[in-house]
Design a protein around this ligand. Structure first.
Ligand code: NAP
Length: 474
């Protein structure tokens, strides 16, 4: 093997979403002699930008042009359709890389822990989002859209996204890259009232003002805010700083509350100070028929936070669809330390620890939502990745047994993995864009793995091209 290859630092980045790309970019900028393999279990790169960002927020998605530049650097290989934990173990990663950066996000949902949560018609917003964005694992979610009322629990930006998608007309959605199966289902939607539900008051809502404003611009839905809800408890009032998001949100909601009703097909209601207590079924005990909520008031806790406290007064709201949008939650990867409570990999500024407050695990790092939890916007992951990579660069890294790039290729070939590299992805991308152009849409997504692997094309064998690495890779 050429002598200069011995000197290069091999890094595996697990997860090709925003945090994986920012970590890769930070490595490339910091060291000339680095070779990064960017692994993703899906055939397509870009993680939450492709499968989380709302399809009608195309501008946000334009960040993928920067990621594509990173992936095109000769020191980077995108290895799509490779799942760590299935196709590669973390021991394989130790054997072949000096360092691994876990940046696989937080794809799971948090549960409410109330009766009826598993009825047909009650689903995590995370599933609904993955469904309308064409995530291969969520094509079959099939949310029931045959009822008149949908309740979205939570008032964060994900709740805003799913409420807006439910409220938009199919014609508005057709201008986006929403998955075809979702567009067809939403075209037939019978939903007329979408209720967004916050357990605290409007002053504590987590959504941002730009996203809130979009509710006022919907062609097909009137936004409804009860002026009573905007009368704040003193504790809430005292918290509002000038020029803060909270203040701006309140101004927008006041403007909504003052609007005269418009006779549109759908209504989007913002309700506050109610907690979900149970989801009730229909007479057959199968499908969602109502949400039982308890009225709350705001109370200041000893630690200074503002909590929703139940008043004991309950109400029953008929609803046929309940989307629980109360946050994402990370999941464990076999062999990697995990903090169940927080849903993150325990770490110290990105250095993986054996347990919360435990020992450092040499050569292992983490970045993004699986490092800090599901918070912040896409750009937040850039500073987060820079912090992690700064630690990696400071550390003495363990020496892997076989750092040759061909060794990992050999391993994947022997295991029969159809690797999608960045060129293969570009072929998929071109097919999607061409289909989009034909239909006057940004793109038409390929949604199944089989479709994507087929579109990734005939060069799959070349990508893995491995015979010569066989037998000496591990
Ligand atoms: P989030 O912002 O943390 O919002 C979660 C919501 O769930 C909060 O309103 C929270 O209320 C509520 N909640 C939690 N537990 C609850 C319970 N037991 N009962 C009732 N309500 C409960 O999370 P997210 O909306 O999933 O968003 C995740 C991150 O992605 C955020 O940083 C968000 O800004 C970002 N994101 C950004 C965009 C965008 O920029 N356009 C789009 C989507 C997501 P409390 O506040 O009372 O806990």
């Amino acid at each position: 093997m050429p002598a200069e290859e011995d000197a290069r630092v091999r890094v595996a980045v697990v997860g090709a979403g925003p945090s994986g790309f920012y970590a890769t970019d930070a490595l490339l900028k910091a060291r000339e002699d680095v070779l990064v393999d960017l692994l993703d279990r899906l055939p397509a790169p870009f993680g939450l930008v492709r499968y989380g960002v709302a399809p009608d927020h195309q501008k946000i998605k334009s960040v993928t042009a920067l990621y594509a530049r990173t992936a095109s650097d000769p020191r980077v290989r995108f290895l799509g359709n490779v799942e760590v934990g299935r196709d590669l173990t973390v021991d394989d990663l130790r054997r072949h890389y000096h360092a691994t950066v876990f940046a696989y996000g937080a794809p799971g949902d948090r549960r409410l822990g109330i009766p009826g949560e598993d009825l047909v018609g009650s689903l995590p917003a995370t599933d609904f989002v993955a469904w309308y964005n064409g995530h291969p694992d969520y094509c079959d979610v099939d949310p029931p859209l045959d009822g008149e009322t949908a309740v979205v629990i939570g008032v964060g930006n994900v709740a805003v996204d799913v409420a807006r998608i439910l409220a938009k007309s199919a014609d508005e959605l057709a201008a986006s890259d929403i998955a075809d199966h979702a567009l067809a289902a939403l075209r037939e939607s019978k939903v007329r009232d979408v209720v967004m539900l916050g357990r605290r008051s409007p002053a504590e809502a987590k959504f941002t003002t730009k996203e809130l404003r979009e509710f006022g611009e919907l062609e097909n839905a009137d936004v409804i805010v009860d002026p009573e809800d905007l009368v704040l408890a003193r504790a809430s009032q005292e918290r509002i700083r000038e020029n803060s998001t909270e203040q701006r949100n309140l101004e927008v909601m006041r403007e909504f509350a003052e609007r005269s009703p418009r006779p549109l097909e759908r209504r989007l209601h913002l309700r506050f100070l109610y907690s979900p207590r149970a989801i009730e079924s229909d007479a057959k005990g199968e499908r969602v028929a109502a949400l039982v909520v308890e009225r709350n008031r705001i109370e200041e806790r000893e630690d200074g936070s503002l909590a929703a406290v139940g008043t004991g007064a309950t109400e029953r709201w008929p609803a046929q669809l309940v989307l629980r949008s109360v946050g994402y939650h990370g999941s464990a990867l076999a062999g990697v330390p995990f903090d169940e409570r927080r849903g993150i990999i325990p770490n110290d500024h990105g250095r993986v620890l054996s347990a919360p407050g435990g020992e450092r695990v040499p050569g292992w790092y983490t970045s993004g939502w699986i490092k800090r939890g599901p918070s912040g916007v896409i750009g937040t992951n850039k500073a987060d990745a820079i912090e992690t990579i700064a630690r990696l660069l400071e550390d003495e890294l363990p020496t892997p047994i076989d750092p040759r790039p061909e060794a990992i290729d050999g391993l994947l070939a022997r295991r029969g993995v159809d690797v999608i590299d960045f060129e293969s992805w570009r072929r998929i991308d071109r097919i999607e864009l061409a289909a989009g152009q034909e239909h006057g849409r940004p793109r038409v997504k390929l949604v199944s793995r089989a479709e994507m692997l087929a579109a990734g094309g005939p060069e799959l064998d070349e990508v893995t091209g491995l015979e010569d690495a066989e037998g000496d890779g591990a």
